[in-house]
Design a protein around this ligand. Structure first.
Ligand SMILES: Cc1ncc(COP(=O)(O)O)c(C=O)c1O
Length: 379
């Protein structure tokens, strides 16, 4: 289906910076620089500077960033790792693949970890915490770090959705032992395919991840120091990401402008919750603009009929995917979020006109058919 307002527009994204992207690709390929070359080192250095840490190590995906971080923290069989239930499955799969048991806690009103629930979930087996900075908003890292310090736990930030977001002037990915980023094509900084990075201030962690991503090989000596993985961030990808990283601050500002327009246009609609949360200390990057309503499915259909594309992150709690064999902790916020959230168009290519169309379509839905909504009958 051709949407009037697409959720994302990769063709338009490419068109706008085509000459720079083409130049990065052709010069990388022209030099035969395919694996572990200067382009990767340059991108890693720029990413580390951007996040405000000493090291960034490119890896094959956000998943690998999480998995390698857990291994770097020494997490393994018999350990427990606390994270949120309301996250992408990769956060939890990384814990499972490290050999540890995921302990899922609920989220608070801003969709991030409920810090009260965090402390209650700690046991003698807990080894690490993975706060997830969802939708481009950093968790309250003062609280998370205080709890972690008190109980001597590692913090691995899942910052896959939050590159460029900050809390108290400190960027996502610079608080914990590591920050884990994803360059999946539709992230704020999206590559040509899968990609990710680990950020850290710890030289040992950076070295360990550098070994793991390339089969455990010490490139200087040829010695295999670990049973590793094949999980490089490809050089061509790094060259393209390095171009895009220069645009990221302006893309985030554009996202923030669209978020204010959504707010202006949608504020005051009864039964509609908007993602604007208190706290001047937060700088949100709006990877997703998520609204919440009990009439989610009807609203989605209504918008689809008008040519406005939306997504749902995520339609059922992870523990309801039976084959994952996760414990059902009965987390009420996560459950209601799954029933009610809807993500509106929000990308570097989404125009202010797109936002206006989306806002007026949502307003029409709520104002044109209030009786149907009150009685629960689909309009
Ligand atoms: C919160 C979160 N964690 C982890 C990941 C995994 O990243 P990747 O898809 O690059 O493996 C994603 C990607 O969607 C994500 O949104």
């Amino acid at each position: 289906m051709n949407y009037r307002v697409p959720f994302v527009d990769p063709k338009e994204h490419y068109r706008r910076i085509k000459s720079e992207i083409d130049c990065a690709i052709t010069s990388t390929l022209g030099n035969g620089d395919l694996v572990l070359r200067q382009q990767l080192r340059d991108f890693e250095q720029h990413l580390a500077e951007f996040v405000g840490v000493k090291y960034a190590v490119g890896v094959g995906s956000g998943y690998h960033a999480l998995h390698f971080s857990l291994l770097a923290a020494g997490v393994g069989q018999g350990d427990e790792v606390i994270t949120v239930a309301h996250t992408f499955v990769a956060t939890v799969s990384a814990i499972v693949h490290s050999g540890a048991k995921p302990i899922l806690v609920d989220v608070a009103a801003d969709y991030n970890m409920d810090v009260g629930a965090l402390e209650a979930a700690i046991t003698s087996r807990t080894k690490a915490i993975i706060p997830v900075h969802l939708n481009g908003r950093v968790c309250d890292m003062d609280c998370v770090m205080a709890v972690a310090d008190k109980h001597r736990l590692h913090v691995i930030e899942d910052a896959a959705q939050a590159l460029g977001a900050s809390f108290n002037g400190k960027k996502a990915g610079s608080f914990g032992l590591t920050g884990c980023f994803s360059f999946y094509p539709f992230k704020a900084l999206g590559g040509l395919g899968d990609g990710g990075a680990v950020t850290t201030d710890d030289p040992e962690v950076a070295r360990f991840v550098t070994l793991l991503r390339f089969n455990g090989e010490d490139r200087q000596t040829g010695e295999f120091l670990h049973h590793g993985y094949t999980a490089l961030l490809d050089n061509v990808q790094a060259a393209v990401l390095d171009v895009k990283l220069r645009y990221l601050p302006s893309w985030i500002e554009h996202r923030r402008k669209m978020a204010s327009l959504y707010r202006e246009g949608l504020e005051g609609i009864e039964g509609l919750r908007l993602p604007h949360f208190p706290g001047d200390e937060y700088y949100d990057s709006y990877q997703n603009y998520v609204i919440q309503t009990q009439h989610r499915d009807e609203l989605r259909q209504y918008l689809r009929d008008l040519g406005v594309e939306t997504l749902v992150h995520w339609a059922k709690p992870l523990w309801e995917h039976k084959d994952l064999a996760l414990e059902n902790h009965g987390l009420p916020e996560t459950e209601s979020i799954c029933r009610e959230v809807i993500s509106l168009p929000m990308s570097a290519e989404t125009t202010l006109e797109h936002v206006k169309v989306t806002v007026s379509s949502i307003r029409d839905f709520f104002t044109a058919q209030p009786i149907a909504l009150q009685t629960g009958v689909a309009p």
